[in-house]
Design a protein around this ligand. Structure first.
Ligand code: DGY
Length: 319
């Protein structure tokens, strides 16, 4: 069986694919493979391990309908036309669970960095602007006892909530498509309507998939209903917030700050005004980027690929 890998995966994944006698071809260039190159590379393959943002849309899937399985190097699957894949009988796998801790760490890091203006103050030192000890420099805000609002209470949202409760005894409210009774039992999170979530949260952290329902969900209308001292955190997908509206909301003081690990587009341009704001921290989509998590993701990917090549249901199949 032959598998094409469209980018880097952790070494354990390559080792395990070898143990299954799978012949690997891998994209080794530093730049992202283009759509046409990906189609060409997949022509003689049985499976694809898709690393990165390539759109696996109807055009791609129909040009590669001989593929038995596509294992995504991500939990998110917004880059795939899942309905078309199902029609063509191509199994799609993702990597839920194993990246929850690392992604929640990233959300927590951004929340804390924004609350203390850490990225902005670091940049001031780099620019040689740390001249004197300032007793009242650009002041931050504290998180202890504040209300955390989780938009999307799945594995990652729950991990973020646990960290915030442990570190700052935050009260947790959440909004989800359906109530998550397990989270309520585990941490006492309270289900609220979307309107209550945005009005009551001191920190609002997004942990939902990008879908037609969530696209552009955080826009001016929503920012206007948030607290002026609130922090917006997005480690899910950049398309869930409207960037122009976010910039305006920050500039006009509708909300206090924002921490983003995801942007729209990605990569973010270096001249983006968000990068010069005091109360903003931006990271280049590194939510799951730890050695441990990437290795765990690679192992899930191998399990998905092997199952798909053998016409079995994938352990983590996107249906
Ligand atoms: C994920 O797993 O979805 C991460 O955001 C990487 O794309």
């Amino acid at each position: 069986m032959k598998v094409f890998i469209s980018g880097n995966i952790a070494p354990i994944g390559l080792k395990q694919l070898g143990e299954h006698n799978i012949e690997i071809t891998q994209w080794k260039e530093k730049r992202q493979i283009t759509a046409n190159e990906l189609i060409e590379a997949c022509q003689n393959q049985d499976g694809l391990i898709s690393v990165g943002p390539n759109k696996l849309n109807a055009d791609f899937l129909n040009a590669c309908k001989h593929l038995k399985v596509i294992a995504l190097h991500s939990v998110g699957f917004d880059q795939v036309d899942v309905i078309e894949a199902k029609k063509l009988n191509i199994a799609i796998g993702n990597t839920p669970g194993v990246l929850s801790g690392a992604t929640a760490d990233t959300a927590f890091l951004l929340m804390l960095a924004v609350s203390r203006k850490a990225f902005y103050l670091h940049k001031k030192i780099v620019k040689g602007q740390w001249k004197n000890y300032e007793p009242t420099p650009e002041l931050g805000i504290e998180l202890k006892g504040k209300t955390l609002g989780i938009f999307g209470m799945g594995n990652i949202g729950l991990e973020m909530a646990k960290k915030c409760i442990g570190a700052y005894q935050m009260d947790v409210i959440y909004h989800n498509r359906s109530q998550n009774r397990d989270a309520e039992k585990a941490i006492g999170a309270i289900y609220v309507s979307f309107e209550e979530l945005i009005a009551q949260s001191d920190v609002l952290s997004v942990h939902t998939a990008l879908t037609n329902e969530t696209k552009g969900k955080f826009n001016m209308k929503v920012f206007k209903q948030m607290k002026p001292e609130s922090i917006f955190v997005n480690t899910a997908r950049g398309g869930i917030h409207n960037e122009a509206d976010l910039i305006e909301a920050l500039e006009s003081g509708l909300i206090w700050g924002a921490g983003l690990d995801v942007t729209n587009p990605e990569p973010m341009h270096a001249d983006n005004p968000l990068l010069n704001m005091e109360n903003v921290a931006v990271l280049p989509h590194i939510g799951s980027a730890t050695k441990e998590t990437k290795s765990a993701m690679a192992e899930v990917i191998v399990k998905n690929i092997v199952a798909g090549l053998n016409d079995q249901k994938l352990p983590h199949q996107v249906d």
